[in-house]
Design a protein around this ligand. Structure first.
Ligand code: NAP
Length: 244
């Protein structure tokens, strides 16, 4: 599906990002894992086959120069940038009564500013190539709003606006921009949830189970490759039917 294509996955060292990278490599892509934890990114790249197939680089997605550098790594080392996955994410959950401005800003920065910087930098290369696919990782929290997540819900809804606006700007240049909204997926991010919170979320899911990172990765592959060639500005939910 992605033979000889080149992809960057931000936050690709672990979790959903790593599952996306693994699936891309299985489908013939070369990948750059751009993660704030450089050591972890390099270890994960080695697991995917190392040099010639996967590279791990230090990249804080809130730093414009670091995002540009990740894009240069893809074009210099692998010769192109065909797919950009803006996946890096954090949570700083608290009700508004307790949430600090710093918690609010940190989450907005990583998700909205990070996805914007990644989209902008990738689109610059892709529009010259006349092709490319950008996939932004939103969340069902951005559709319905979750208690304790005024920062995260705002950020993930912001990513949808950004995705649709960017899609309209670059469509005529052969570049597609889409988003996914995962629900409850089993990663380190959700492992931090209290057991009663986990059970309450589970009770809302018609399919009665959490999703696995690989199940998000399959949908991201679809949006990244030619199977979705006539789709742009779309938002696909990966939730086991939760909040439909
Ligand atoms: P995860 O396991 O915590 O992985 C996130 C990765 O992003 C980590 O490697 C993390 O590094 C990295 N990262 C954090 N801040 C960064 C920054 N400023 N620049 C670059 N990398 C950064 O989380 P996940 O569950 O796989 O989540 C991946 C994406 O899916 C996120 O956007 C998340 O919001 C979204 N999502 C997740 C779920 C879910 O249920 N898990 C549901 C909906 C949406 P460190 O570990 O060193 O911080």
């Amino acid at each position: 599906m992605l033979q000889d294509k080149v992809a960057i996955i931000t936050g690709g060292a672990k979790g959903i990002g790593f599952a996306i990278a693994e699936n891309f490599v299985a489908h013939g892509a070369k990948v750059v894992l751009a993660d704030i934890d450089a050591e972890h990114a390099r270890e994960s790249a080695a697991k995917l086959g190392g040099e010639g197939i996967a590279l791990g680089v230090a990249c804080d997605v809130t730093d414009a120069d670091a995002v540009q550098a990740a894009v240069r790594t893809a074009t210099d080392e692998f010769g192109a940038l065909d797919v950009m996955v803006n996946n890096a994410g954090i949570t700083r959950d608290a009700t508004m009564r307790k949430m600090t401005l710093a918690d609010f800003e940190a989450v907005l920065d990583v998700h909205v500013k990070g996805a914007w910087l990644g989209t902008q930098a990738a689109a610059a290369v892709m529009r010259e190539q006349g092709s490319g696919s950008i996939v932004n990782i939103s969340s069902i929290s951005g559709k319905v709003g979750m208690i304790g997540q005024t920062n995260y819900s705002a950020a993930k809804a912001g990513i949808i606006g950004l995705t649709k606006a960017a899609a309209k700007e670059v469509a005529h240049q052969g570049v597609r921009v889409n988003a996914v909204q995962p629900g409850l997926i089993r990663t380190d991010m959700t492992a931090a949830l209290r057991e009663d919170v986990w059970q309450a979320k589970l009770a809302e899911i018609p399919m009665q189970r959490a999703g696995e990172p690989e199940e998000v990765a399959k949908v991201v592959l679809f949006l990244a490759c030619d199977l979705s060639s006539y789709m742009t500005g779309c938002v696909l939910e990966i939730t086991g039917g939760r909040h439909i």
